[in-house]
Design a protein around this ligand. Structure first.
Ligand code: 6MZ
Length: 358
């Protein structure tokens, strides 16, 4: 495990509220329990349950959102999630989250995102490279970030459209991403319960986002749905997530399109989207040299880490340290940040290759 922790890694598919520490969730649920907002033992049972079907996972998210959706908590979990990824040598993190409106908390999608960005400013354990403008507003913090000798992590954000949302709500998220671009928001994700929602509902907002130069990634093929999968591939997103339930025609289209796939092994197994690791499509895509990125999905919900995903991939598919390092390094090509960041990541990997003799 130690060797995977030491290796620099790139995380491109991590949902903020799925990455919250269990200890934080239990602490927050305990506070709400005391106030009578939730029944703590019931919540505790759900949080500590290990295996959940794909349908159950989305019930779990509704519960997490009850516990985490206020400004102060959103700031706290953002800080903790960034620190957790940095502590296992994730050097570039593209964190995605669904901006939420919650009138009872005085929360708008914009104020939700401001709370997220406040969480980035609050990170103290590592040096964060997000956007100069974000830190320019807080000079005291800026100084701390210029300290040398600390680990550094590049953080960028994707705003998620939830499949429960309407076209108007999706458009609001895209407009917010455009307004907040200068703070490190680089793209849009489509996620949420794959059993609900229609592709045609989100298409106008996604087309508008693409036209405006935002990068798009789509949760694609988490459940069988040929018509939707083919339409999503025709849209030509810059990446897709999962690709679990593809048929021959869909594989063919994916391979010829060369669209990179964000692979989340533990998530796919725990949600039973894939029956076992030895039949996971990672092997086939890797053999075909199709662009792939190993990711976590939800480190909290699935009790994993990016290092653990590297360990699982290495042992299941017989890949050595060098091959895993190359896999991590190739992810540089698929980040949504610009060329300047890619160049800096190349330098980080080049120096790690020398240090780790890879
Ligand atoms: C689809 C998922 C997901 O946005 O509140 N999410 N959507 N498939 C998955 N695989 C199991 N894992 C997480 O983070 C939680 C939200 O991310 C999406 C769901 O919409 C979930 O409510 P945020 O930060």
């Amino acid at each position: 495990m130690e060797c995977w922790e030491l290796m620099p890694k790139i995380e491109l598919h991590a949902h903020l509220n799925g990455s919250v520490r269990n200890s934080t969730l239990l602490e927050l649920a305990g506070e709400l329990g005391k106030r009578g907002t939730v029944v703590f033992p019931d919540v505790e049972n759900v949080i500590l349950k290990n295996d959940r079907s794909l349908r159950e996972v989305f019930k779990m998210f509704d519960l997490i959102h009850v516990v985490t959706t206020d400004h102060k908590t959103v700031t706290r979990i953002t800080k903790e999630v960034i620190e957790d990824f940095a502590s296992e040598n994730v050097v570039y993190l593209e964190l995605r989250t669904t901006p939420k409106r919650n009138d009872s908390k005085g929360m708008s999608k914009r104020s939700y995102m401001e709370a997220v960005l406040e969480g980035v400013r609050a990170v103290s354990m590592v040096e964060v490279d997000l956007s100069r403008e974000l830190f320019a507003e807080t000079p005291a913090v800026n100084e701390t970030y210029n300290m040398t000798g600390r680990k550094k992590i590049f953080v960028r954000f994707l705003l998620s459209i939830d499949r429960r949302e309407t076209t108007e709500a999706a458009m609001e998220t895209v407009n917010l991403a455009l307004e907040m671009r200068r703070f490190g928001i680089v793209g849009i994700d489509l996620s949420g319960n794959p059993f609900v929602g229609e592709w045609s509902t989100f298409l106008p907002a996604l087309e508008f986002a693409k036209l405006q130069g935002l990068s798009i990634t789509l949760h694609c093929g988490e459940v069988p749905n040929t018509e939707e999968i083919l339409a999503m591939l025709d849209f030509l997103p810059r990446r897709i997530g999962h690709a679990c339930c593809f048929e021959d025609e869909e594989w063919e289209k994916l391979k010829s399109s060369k669209i990179p796939v964000e692979i989340c092994l533990t998530s796919n197994i725990k949600t039973e989207s894939i029956s076992s690791l030895d039949v996971h499509h990672f092997a086939e895509l890797y053999k075909a040299n199709h662009p792939l990125i190993l990711c976590t999905d939800d480190v909290g919900v699935f009790s994993t880490s990016l290092s653990a995903e590297y360990a699982v991939a290495s042992s299941t598919f017989g890949l050595g340290k060098r091959e895993m390092f190359q896999l991590a390094r190739k992810a540089i090509n698929f980040v949504f940040a610009g060329d300047e960041v890619k160049q800096k990541l190349e330098e980080i990997f080049a120096s790690a290759a020398r240090e780790l003799d890879l």
